[in-house]
Design a protein around this ligand. Sequence first.
Ligand code: SAM
Length: 867
Amino acid sequence: MSQTMKAQRTPDRHLVHCLRCHKPQECISVHLARVCMRSSTPEERAAEVQSAKASSKGWVRYGRNWDYNVICKLIPDRCSQANLVNELLRRGFFVANQPSETDAEAPSPTRVVPSGPTQKFFLFGIAALKDCQTILRVAKPEINRMCQDLEMGRKLGHRESTMYRYYCEATLVFAHMLRPIAVESLTDSDWLDRFEHSGRVVIGVGRGTDTNTLLALTQWEEACLQVYFSKIRPGNICHEKPCNAFFLVSSGEAVSSVSRDLKCLHDLHKLPHFTSQDVRRAVGIAAQKLTEPQRQAVQFYLDRGARDVGPQDAVDAAVLLDSLCVTRLKMSSSEENDLDLSVEEVIITRINCFEKFAVAQISDLQQKQKNLEESMNDKMPSDMAAVKADLSALRSRVEAQGQQIGEIKRILEEKATSGPSHSEVQRKRSAPSPDWTPEQKRSRSEDLDQILQPFWPEKSDARERLSERQQAFFNYMMDQLKVKDRRDLQCNAKRVQCEGVSRGVWEEDWAPEDIKTSFQKHKLPHFTSQDVRRAVGIAAQKLTEPQRQAVQFYLDRGARDVGPQDAVDAAVLLDSLCVNSSDDDHQSFAELATAGGSSSLPTARKDFSAFVTSFPISLDGQPPSKKQRVKYGFPEDRTFYDKWRVSQYAQRREYLLEHFKVHKPSTGKLSRLIRQEGWKSNYPKPEEIQRLWKPSPSNLAIESDEAIMKCLSEQTWTGLAIKDFGAKQGRGVVATRPFLKGEIVCDYHGKVIPASVGKEMMRDLGDQAGYLFFFKAGQRDLCVDAQTFPCTCHPNSDTFGRLINHSAKMPNLKPFYCSVKLSGVKTDVILFKALSDIPVDTQLKFDYGVRRTSFRGEGLNLEWLDE
Ligand SMILES: C[S@@+](CC[C@H](N)C(=O)[O-])C[C@H]1O[C@@H](n2cnc3c(N)ncnc32)[C@H](O)[C@@H]1O
């Protein structure tokens, strides 16, 4: 993202509109406490903050923020400015930076908003044709897949077939401007009477009555409707109540409200609402671009609701409507020169697409590296060499990518200052790059190649082979597919390929290998912590006790807080382990078996952890067959097999829940994800996930709060001080300013380590004070180590979280877990939230969650734990 775009967006992002005074606020909670809700209770204010935030989020989503200064730039006339602002406010828009009443001249009531630029300006506020077509574009890939499935004889579930019907209806309303009522009256005989005319399939709607509505479908649309007609509709026909309507609901009756169906489709895809009238209005506006006769033809078609038009009129109108919809031109036509993309648009699309890739890839890699480091101590000897290789490959890749991304960002920033801004590009859409010379265009493309080259080296050859249209298609798909992770990438590669073939963007036999390669390149072998949990013991058997401790020390700390000599020693020892482990895996098992007092290998393996070592549980794996189980020395019954499946089921459940942290997913979304993952059995039902779903302490809210993020990374929490409470309690933390209920006070800062490591540290502590915070993040058991103090990241500052004392009965803070991106890396953090309003000079306390009887044994007699 260019610096300019960032700078333009950032201020708006944090504005929350106060629902009381109707003014945008930078800090709504402070504003309410000081101005609009001075005498209300903190609970009432907190509720108001929530509603204001929700409301602002909704508005922002629909792009309804305006800046008065921008309005002034666009419309120099002051009276028109005032009229426009009034009109925007009346329609529920936000206008920031409005002049105070004394600054502004009161608009004369007799003056009207002039036409021309102002009228054009208004167009931004209503649905543009592009928006109206969004629904068709967004839903199309899925419909295309359903269409293929249906053609291959697969039956769709009730939800999917209903969605398919919605889409067919939407095509007729949003692409052919048919009134919903005309769609309702389409009958099967109309459909059977369809005929071809000038390369389109023309159908007449409402034949047999006075009116005769014709519309001209493209081949894709016709195929889509035909599949509805032949595959879905027959399943709904109810013979007792014969109905010849084309669209039937599952009870066999004609659909009663196409408008409602369309609304459902919008809801399903979380798109802004607009009615078929909005679409027609937008078409009328878009038609201004056409020549006069063309415009009249469209108007004629629209005015009559496609009634009384001949087949040629219908085809002409459909072609013209197509030409108005940029997206349809991009995606539906098979003629290359129909792709009316300006160079700027291509560049912007590619940069956007690139950014998504870059960010997804680097954070994926960093996460992978972190996981590897964390789980290395548990790794099977046989995997050690592979893990080490992965780790060093990952490290160098992360480093290289970091450098590349830095470089690319620099280039993007340079481009942002020299090239056109995104909004300028948007405005140029209707007249594609008239002021760009061929040299400029070439230089832009070269810039782009330079940008993409380091990130996508293997694509450079492919880029030359791809036509502009194919490139645009590819980028479009990447944008649509919202590539999130490696798994999606693989699955999406197939979808990109299928979509491309079905849209005629590339030939069936032209496999875009380069795309696949780029997806597969980053696929790394799967392993889970369960794969390896018990291997530590096995590896350690080979070492002397001091050696084992040295390695453990090194691994526990992820090679971070160790001295150079420790690192060298540990590396040498690790190497020795890896060399041995590759060929004596069985040997070590045998040794282990003997060491454990068992006489034979199979007996030693008869426990579930050995079973999962042999057959790692993964999201995508299959449990071993009976033959495999026996071959590896396990009993042939299904006890372990069933346990394996239960664990996989739990993993999958966790994965699905993890996927939807912010919003509760619909069953549709869940089913889609499950399908995408390719799980055929042993997965939780969408309803179960919905039942289990809980809003995670909004990561998003934390991440979007710049102040909190800054305090998290720089440890600059304010309003806190350390105070000595005497011999009994030691030091503690007091508030030096009031905190409101629900406010984030600080975090429990330290290094996040596996809980098992933390427990070991705790064992060594005896009755000394401990600075370890144990928590669960999904299925991971973790611990914040604030024992090792000062931390390496803030060697010169005291951190507060570790010094907060305990209270079981009167805590005023509550810790909660959340995962946020700090400097681009997903990080597990523990934050403290005020449980009630906290006055100045109060000691902060939270419940450590342990009692005298459950903590380090009663023998220590820690009475204060129960206080
Ligand atoms: C995380 S530290 C808190 C800071 C600690 N007071 C200090 O001076 O470093 C936890 C230790 O503080 C002490 N502590 C915490 N809460 C206490 C309380 N309510 N009463 C007495 N001691 C407490 C215990 O020794 C405990 O092991």
